[in-house]
Ligand binder design. Structure first.
Ligand code: NAD
Length: 349
């Protein structure tokens, strides 16, 4: 503890007067109340953006997507039940799965199970991979016209002969609970209320839950897809909480990627490459959000494989203030984003 205090005092010496006064208060509280005040102090340290001191008193924290999702799902379930009790609609999600890609099967399965858990209605439409674009469009049009269906989700990726854009553009924007329709994306860009893309929305809910203040921080998003990277940059740079950061977007053609990522207070990796972000790319105290889901061989597992993220978790985690694991990090939060959108769609129907 004495060594830690000396180290902290050195950091504080360079800080603003306000921070010094605050630090002395924190140390006093810590000495008097010990661990009881640790949580309060952690919130305060976040607010004052003092990562160096934070690292001494509050070690790395896992952002537990499963636990946060359970909390949010309980709220959604309660709201949906109250809506039904007062004569309103039961939210209903229709999921369309084309082909039988195992990962897509798993994602859709867990979305349908979550609907059941929350008391939502759900319909799963399974279609052959050989279906034509025109036939799929007919399915979407029927769902658009069905008054029982509030939300439509077409699981991506679609087979190569079908255009994602054409299918998404034909979903009724009032039922676009994945938030991929140009109208949803346009509203998001303009800061108007609407459906936010489910994964970035889930990440915002996670940051909000942990009271992570992003104001003025440098956020580096790696990846520029329409469903994760690009909307994430928009949401992280809006003049609102939790997204109020200075944002840099990096992608496959970025030449100084390591330098960029090293300068980040917040790293959001959405690349689709196993353990791409290594410890030498991450500064001490950074907040790391790992969106990637990659299956790699693992002969020690019965299945012969396991899931890893885009971040080299084992080596990066010790340097972070916060980090999401894979699995059980962003994945469950994506489903929360989708369910919140479906509830909103039912309210507005
Ligand atoms: P994508 O393939 O559409 O986009 C990947 C992006 O990474 C591209 O914009 C590309 O420019 C960038 N990229 C590729 N190689 C790069 C490199 N060497 N350096 C820098 N940038 C590079 O993928 P996506 O749909 O955005 O998904 C990304 C990852 O997130 C995937 O692993 C996907 O499975 C996962 N994902 C997870 C969730 C979730 O809920 N956890 C949701 C959606 C996607």
């Amino acid at each position: 503890m004495t060594g830690n205090l000396a180290k902290a005092a050195k950091v504080v010496h360079c800080s603003a007067r306000r921070s010094r006064v605050f630090f002395i208060k924190c140390v006093w509280q810590y000495c008097v109340n010990g661990k009881e005040c640790a949580e309060k102090m952690e919130l305060a340290l976040n607010r004052f953006s003092m990562p160096a001191i934070r690292a001494i008193f509050a070690p790395m924290q896992i952002l537990d997507g499963t636990a946060v999702a359970a909390h949010i799902k309980a709220q959604i379930k309660e709201e949906a039940a109250a809506m039904k009790a007062s004569g309103g609609k039961t939210p209903h999600l229709a999921a369309v799965l084309v082909g039988n890609d195992p990962a897509s099967e798993a994602y859709v399965g867990s979305k349908v199970r979550t609907c059941e858990e929350l008391g939502f209605g759900s319909t799963l439409i399974r279609l052959e991979a050989s279906i034509t674009e025109g036939e799929l469009l007919e399915v979407v049009k029927k769902l658009n016209a069905d008054p029982e269906v509030n939300g439509i989700l077409v699981q991506l990726p679609l087979p190569k002969h079908i255009s994602d854009d054409i299918i998404i553009n034909n979903i009724d924007p009032k039922k676009d609970v994945d938030g991929f329709h140009p109208i949803s994306q346009g509203k998001m860009l303009l800061g108007q209320p609407g459906f936010l893309p489910a994964t970035p929305y889930g990440i915002l809910l996670m940051l909000e839950h942990y009271n992570i203040d992003t104001t003025g921080k440098h956020c580096v998003v790696i990846g520029r897809s329409n469903i994760v990277g690009t909307p994430m940059t928009v949401l992280m740079s809006r003049n609102s909480n939790p997204g109020n950061a200075t944002v840099t977007i990096c992608h496959s053609k970025t030449t100084n990627l390591k330098e960029m990522v090293l300068s980040a207070d917040i790293i959001i990796a959405a690349i689709g490459r196993p353990r791409f972000v290594t410890a030498d790319m991450v500064k001490e105290g950074a907040i790391v959000i790992d969106v990637g889901i990659n299956r790699i061989d693992d002969p020690t597992r019965k299945s012969g494989s396991r899931l890893v993220g885009d971040v080299d978790f084992d080596n990066v985690a010790p340097k972070c203030s916060y980090i999401t694991p894979v699995p059980k990090g962003v994945g469950p939060m994506t489903i929360c984003g989708l369910m919140k959108n479906t509830l909103l769609a039912a309210k507005q129907a």
